[in-house]
Design a protein around this ligand. Structure first.
Ligand code: COA
Length: 404
């Protein structure tokens, strides 16, 4: 069967982010653990980290980031056909999914679900959003190959969220982790486009590369606090009943061991996605591309950059200094900042690359389709704070039903 009709492409039509304004600085940490401002800046590039207050729980940050992305795309929550929220369950609830709480807060009427994926979860969620759109189109083509694509397919849109509130998980006596990690959520809207320029110039989502190696899992984990526990003395699995349940999740990271695989995996993911999508390395679009890496540590980002031919300004890492490492949020928040800041323009290649617990690593590649947003599409910090208040009020009503 040859399809004579023009098939739509899948683009990012809006971006958003919600990073809590409260900051925990290096001098603050000096008072809490045996560390120093100089050490942290030299080894990580971090000056301060974004920390959520009790009024900014994960679903509220997710709702704000989603709201901002919808405004950026010129849409409302009712336009969305699916919400995918990549997070590490660092909110109050393991069940229900944070995505369904966000769906309720936004007033969307669509399926919604969480997904994990370590710090690569945002890339996996975006790819899952792409697959949901592509799957809807494919199902139509299989059913009615000769019929025009109906509006319910063409209008299907996916809201992708990725981020965490890891400050709720960390032990602020463990200097190996509390100096790095922080809170924040990024968002993107994915939708079909039949715009002639988009079709002709092949703008939009190009592809995703993923890989995993579970043998490295013991270097980066936290316990759920339920299920059989293991003894830290002999490693035996035991089930100790309710008394053995862990109150704090006990975040563990072998930073030094994680460092080298992180550089290798992010570099590999970048090379693989460029090869997979047949990007010509001698082309202007390759030399002018923008890389949006997971900002785990500035030194990791810099080491990856040095393995590419790109100038520092083409490898975006502004977030790590001012927000810290907000897990799956880093590159999704950065994508929003790149869009709002005018660093992306129609036709510019954007590669997001990440690694994280699992280990899982990967990259996705877009040929950006949007112009810099107009002022009317941008949400100011003050407006975001008003949204936090609005969604927190709705969230606390939802929580109060738990006690009814
Ligand atoms: N403050 C001050 N000194 C510290 C310290 C801290 N917070 N943490 C470790 N040190 C000390 C160590 O005790 C060691 O001292 P010694 O030389 O006297 O033994 C020295 O600093 C070097 O420790 P090391 O662990 O080798 O530091 P590092 O350069 O590897 O930096 C990390 C530590 C955690 C910042 C770094 O390994 C890292 O970022 N790793 C990757 C983390 C990551 O990406 N995780 C994934 C999350 S998504």
């Amino acid at each position: 069967m040859v399809y004579t009709q023009q098939l739509p492409r899948i683009i990012i039509s809006g971006t958003g982010s919600a990073v809590p304004p409260h900051r925990l600085s290096n001098p603050d940490l000096e008072k809490m653990v045996d560390t120093s401002n100089d050490w942290i800046i030299e080894r990580t590039g971090i000056s301060e980290r974004a920390i959520s207050t009790q009024y900014e729980p994960l679903p509220v940050l997710g709702a704000v980031a989603g709201h901002v992305a919808l405004k950026s795309a010129g849409l409302t929550a009712k336009d969305i056909g699916l919400i995918i929220f990549a997070n590490h369950k660092s909110g109050t609830f393991a069940v229900p999914d944070n995505a369904t709480i966000v769906q309720y807060l936004l007033g969307a009427e669509c399926p919604a679900h969480d997904q994990n994926g370590g710090c690569t979860g945002g890339i996996i969620a975006e790819s899952a959003g792409y697959n949901a759109l592509a799957g809807k189109l494919y199902a139509h083509l299989m059913r009615n190959p000769e019929e025009e694509i109906p509006h319910d397919v063409l209008n299907f849109k996916v809201l992708v969220l990725a981020g965490d509130t890891l400050s709720h998980v960390l032990n602020y006596k463990d200097r190996a982790t509390c100096i790095l990690l922080s809170d924040g959520v990024g968002a993107a809207v994915l939708q079909f486009s039949l715009d002639q320029t988009v079709l002709e110039k092949k703008y939009g989502f190009l592809g995703c590369y993923l890989n995993a190696d579970g043998s490295l899992g013991p270097n980066l984990w936290w316990k759920s606090g339920v299920g059989p526990q293991f003894s830290s003395v002999d490693g035996n699995l035991t089930y100790g009943g309710h008394e053995a349940q862990v109150k704090r999740p006990d975040f563990h990271m072998d930073g030094q061991v994680v460092f080298k695989p992180a550089v290798r995996m992010m570099t590999e993911a970048f090379e693989k996605i460029v090869e997979q999508e047949h990007i010509d390395k001698s082309s202007p679009e390759y030399s002018q591309m923008m890389i949006d890496p997971h900002q785990a540590n500035w030194r990791i980002v810099d080491a990856v950059r040095k393995r590419t031919p790109f100038a520092p300004e083409q490898v975006y890492a502004e977030g790590i200094k001012k927000y810290g490492n907000n897990s799956l949020g880093t590159y999704m928040v950065a994508q929003d900042e790149l869009h709002v800041g005018g660093h992306l323009y129609p036709g510019r290649l954007l590669a997001k690359v990440a690694f994280g617990a699992g280990f899982i690593w990967g990259a996705d590649l877009h040929r950006w389709a949007l112009n810099r947003p107009k002022p009317s599409q941008i949400t100011s910090d003050a407006e975001k704070q008003a949204l936090v208040r609005m969604y927190y009020s709705k969230y606390s009503e939802w929580v109060s039903q738990l006690c009814a």
